[in-house]
Design a protein around this ligand. Structure first.
Ligand code: SAM
Ligand code: SF4
Length: 323
């Protein structure tokens, strides 16, 4: 079992399989040229698999594949199938912008993927273009439909931004409710890679808007997840991920592996453990040692800062650590 120095059991790893993305979301990497990461030095997925087998043997029970945009890796279904074959009880999930999901949903489901979290910030085509620089709404909606058809469980993620999509907080909820999907609003986390000047809505502001039409009731903290779950009068449940709140880190059970073989014990904590050499040389002892070191290094709280001064804003990119 993996336990950190604050008594938290670490049984969840988020694995970024690429930094590359076919979107350029305003809150994530708006100014990055599309071909910027052509020279990305991935650790091959076979080596990532070997590392994950060790992590599973040490107590990891849930793996989320993310990025960048993970569906840009064409061999992803085979990767999922190989993890599933090794450990059928390990929960396998994917976070994606869904632009390519229609093409891969069935193969991923057959490979053993249980759940997909889909980022959807608007139901308006021009807004999606404005937010992500991609004319992607119809492909995203097709992806959602196909994922539901093949039996993948789905959650939707929305990052509400002032003056950009905050007038869709209720319509997004109703879209998800109509499809029986859990929607989670994610508070925007300020970071140096985001577009300057964008402002996110905090939990209280999101609830205030929803309160114009509904009466949300706080139900519980999501089981093993970062969201707080609320219900409406008709029992529809939705979530809010509020990393700005003090108790966010208390129940953290996760570490992160980047596509280049770095293990990050926390989303917003600069220290990390380089496992690349251990992974590339397929050295099981060294991989195990790096895994344990990252758990040992896990800080009590994140070091994220929302200061206006760019020098003080958190520097680690979501597309690097995997969001
Ligand atoms: N490309 C995939 C996607 O967008 O779903 C996976 C990677 S993305 C980095 C993972 C999640 O991080 C997405 O739900 C995205 O909305 C969220 N995210 C990215 N930057 C963020 C920020 N600055 N604040 C809050 N959430 C952010
Ligand atoms: Fe790409 Fe996801 Fe970042 Fe948007 S949030 S730019 S889809 S990695």
């Amino acid at each position: 079992m993996l336990k950190d120095t604050f008594g938290r059991t670490i049984d969840y790893i988020r694995v970024s399989v690429t930094k590359q993305c076919n979107f350029r979301c305003q809150y994530c990497m708006p100014d990055t040229p599309m071909d910027f990461f052509d020279n990305e030095e991935y650790v091959p997925l076979d080596n990532v698999l070997a590392f994950l087998k060790i992590a599973i043997d040490e107590g990891i029970k849930k793996i989320r594949i993310t990025g960048g945009e993970p569906l840009l890796r064409k061999d992803l279904s085979e990767f999922v199938a190989a993890i599933h074959a090794y450990a059928p009880d390990v929960h396998l999930a994917l976070t994606t912008n869904a632009f390519l999901l229609k093409r891969y949903a069935k193969a991923l489901k057959e490979a053993g993927l249980a759940r997909v979290n889909i980022s959807l910030d608007s139901l308006k085509s021009d807004r999606i273009i404005k937010i992500s620089k991609k004319d992607g709404l119809s492909a995203i909606l097709d992806g959602i439909d196909t994922a539901q058809e093949v039996g993948l469980k789905i959650k939707l993620n929305m990052v509400p931004l002032k003056g950009i999509n905050d007038d869709e907080i209720i319509s997004m909820l109703e879209f998800a409710k109509d499809r029986g999907i859990l929607l989670r609003y994610i508070e925007y986390m300020e970071n140096t890679h985001a577009k300057l000047g964008i402002k996110g809505l905090k939990e209280a502001q999101i609830l205030e808007i929803l309160g114009q039409k509904y009466t949300p009731t706080l139900l519980e903290k999501e089981n093993f997840g970062p969201a707080k779950i609320y219900t409406l009068e008709d029992d529809y449940a939705f979530g809010i991920i509020a990393p700005h709140n003090d108790d966010f880190c208390k129940s953290c059970n996760r570490i992160r592996l980047t596509s280049e073989g770095t293990i990050c014990p926390c989303l917003y904590y600069q220290d990390s453990v380089d496992a690349k050499e251990a992974m590339l040389s397929s050295n099981p002892q060294a991989m195990k040692a790096a895994l344990h070191q990252s758990v040992y290094n896990k800080p009590e709280k994140n070091q994220w800062s929302e200061e206006e001064n760019p020098a003080e804003i958190s520097a680690r990119a979501f597309y690097y650590t995997g969001g």
